[in-house]
Structure formats: C-alpha cells, structure tokens
Design a protein around this ligand. Structure first.
Ligand code: NAP
Length: 303
C-alpha cells in the first residue's frame, strides 16, 4: 500500500523520508507544477539527522495525477487542510484513510465534512522538525505521535509500518483528549510569549496571567466533556515553561519570521468552543483580541 504524503514541509518530509528509508512505497504530493519542477530539480527530499544529511529520491506528483489514493498523510498547516484535502477528493478510493497531522482543533472536522466517505485518523505529535532549505528537513526533536479515531480501540494493521520506519507512536481511542490538552498548553503559553516578546521561560515573570488562563482553560475543557484533559493543567503548564525556558514557542517563531500562525485552530477554537457552551472566558477573549491586534499590526492574518 502506497503512502501518499501531501505537503513536503517539515513534518511531511520527516515522515516521508523515514517511511522511504524503511523500504515502504511513498509518493509526495506537491502544491502545483512549479513546486513539482523545483522538487525534481532538488533531486529528492533531504533529511538531516545528528548533523548528517541524506537525500531520498521519493517520487513526486501533483494532486492532478491520476492514480487512486488509498492512504493519505495530510501534512500541511491547519489553515490549508480543508482545501488541500478537497483537491484530492476525486482520487480517493471509497475506503480511503486520511491521517491528519494538523495541530489544534477545527481543521479535522472541516476535512471530515468535505470528505464524508474517508476514514479520518487524528494525530497529535510532539516530534520537532524544521526546514533549513527547500526540500530539506532537520529532525530537531525526538518525540511521540498519538494516532486515533475517537472511541475506536482497534488500531489499524498498518501501524506496524510506522514501527518499521522507527516513528514512535501509540494508538489512542481518546485522541480528542490529547488534542485538547495540547491546544490548552499552547493557548496558555504561545500567545503570551508573542505579546511579551520573550522565550517560554520569560513567562515566569507573569504568573498571575498564566494562572488565570489555565483556570479558564480547565473550566472550558470540562464544559466540553474533556475532564481528563483538564486535570493538572496549570501544573503541567508551569512544568513546560520551566523545562523549555530557553526555547522560543512555535507561534513566536512564526510571528518573528512573518509567517501566518494557526491561531484560528488554537486560541480561536478555544474562544469559539466557549461561546458555544455559553461560558464566560474573559481572559482568553482578551488574549485573543490582543494577539489579533498584534498580528494585524504586522500585516499577518488574524484567522
Ligand atoms: P510546513 O513546514 O509549513 O509544511 C506544510 C507544507 O504543506 C508546505 O510544504 C506546503 O507547501 C504544503 N502544502 C500546503 N498546501 C498544500 C497543497 N494544497 N498541496 C500540497 N502541499 C501543500 O508545516 P509543518 O511544520 O510541517 O506543520 C504541519 C502541521 O503539523 C501543522 O499543523 C503544525 O502545527 C503541526 N506540527 C508541526 C511540528 C513541527 O515540528 N514542524 C510538530 C508538531 C506538529 P509549500 O512548501 O509549497 O508552501
């Protein structure tokens, strides 16, 4: 079974190269003909691990290519997921499976609504990768990927292929709790690092602001039926701030580089969920307004 991977960015390349290295059939789906031509000129995808680069000449194509797609890894940003998935709709086989690597929440439902016949598998990953050149990815942080369909205990047989490729993973029937917990951690840390212009550790100077956000986020998680994701949230946020004190958050890095953020699928999703639950979240709302103004002032999208 071929792994079709849409998006030759950081995570897509990290998956593609490791699957190909394990001898599994992989095909990359690039954005358009010019990107495909650039990919061919590069001669493949390069993976940099422990300072060593190795190139993998994985076959590439665009969404317009004809062969049916049975298993798809959607490895674009949350704001591109729905449109990207829709371009592949005509090629999906009736029993197609799509693994959604997007951070945050909201894009997964949008993809599922657009492709009602596909079996959507949600994923939440703590692996770290970044691009230091076109079609060149650096494996920056070992991590773990949880995959799952909510309420489904039975893992698909192809998880063995991830084992073979050395991709650390666990199947989870409570994948939504994982995604909500990660979203809450992100909401409590990332926007504040942007607004206070600091590394994660700099938030130690703003304990009351962090505590107020954690309290609202925990209440929101419980209101959304995610009580387990609310447990010990404040303590974990404090732990993450201390353990990653020297790091700049992903949102900080995106804003500093003038890149679009995934705010709509993180803080935006939290505020929307609170509104649906008719739950007052004044600190989260104020944070969203401050962050939106900050992004708009830099010419970045606020959704
Ligand atoms: P990224 O480096 O920006 O890669 C996204 C890729 O998707 C880009 O290569 C982009 O193409 C491609 N793309 C977008 N629309 C497409 C389309 N219609 N057809 C084909 N390709 C398309 O993003 P990333 O860092 O890998 O992040 C992907 C998701 O994983 C995000 O939700 C992120 O939050 C999450 N995540 C990332 C990490 C990490 O360490 N990077 C860790 C955990 C979770 P172009 O190159 O042509 O722009």
């Amino acid at each position: 079974m071929t792994w079709h991977i849409l998006g030759a960015g950081s995570l897509g390349s990290l998956w593609a190269t490791r699957l190909a290295r394990a001898g599994l059939p992989v095909r990359l789906i690039l954005r358009d003909a010019p990107r495909l031509a650039a990919y061919h000129a590069a001669g493949g995808l390069s993976l940099v691990e422990n300072g060593q680069a190795r190139r993998y000449p994985i076959p590439g194509e665009t969404a317009a290519a004809g062969a049916p797609v049975q298993r798809l890894l959607l490895a674009c940003k949350a704001y591109d997921a729905e449109e990207a998935a829709a371009t592949l709709a005509p090629r999906l086989s009736p029993d197609a499976e799509i693994i959604l690597l997007q951070n945050g929440l909201g894009s997964q439902d949008a993809v599922a609504a657009r492709l009602p016949r596909a079996r959507c598998i949600l994923a939440s990953s703590t692996e770290g990768a970044f691009r230091d050149g076109d079609f060149r990815v650096v494996f920056a942080g070992q991590g773990h990927t949880w995959l799952g369909i909510e309420g489904q205990a039975q893992a698909p047989a192809w998880l063995g292929e991830l084992e073979q490729a050395g991709i650390a993973h666990t199947w989870s029937a409570e994948i939504l709790a994982k995604l909500w917990r990660k979203l809450a951690l992100n909401c409590a840390i990332n926007p504040l690092t942007v607004l206070h212009d600091c590394r994660n550790g700099g938030l130690a100077a703003w304990p009351d602001e962090v505590a107020a956000l954690c309290q609202e986020l925990a209440t929101l998680l419980r209101a959304c039926g995610q009580a387990s994701a609310a447990e010990g949230l404040h303590a974990e946020v404090q732990r993450v701030i201390a353990a990653t004190a020297a790091n700049y958050s992903s949102m900080y890095q995106d804003v500093a580089a003038g890149r679009r953020t995934e705010i709509a699928y993180l803080l935006g999703h939290a505020c929307q969920a609170a509104a649906r639950q008719q739950l007052a979240v004044p600190h989260l709302q104020a944070l969203q307004q401050r962050l939106s103004a900050h992004l708009a002032a830099r010419g970045l999208p606020v959704t």
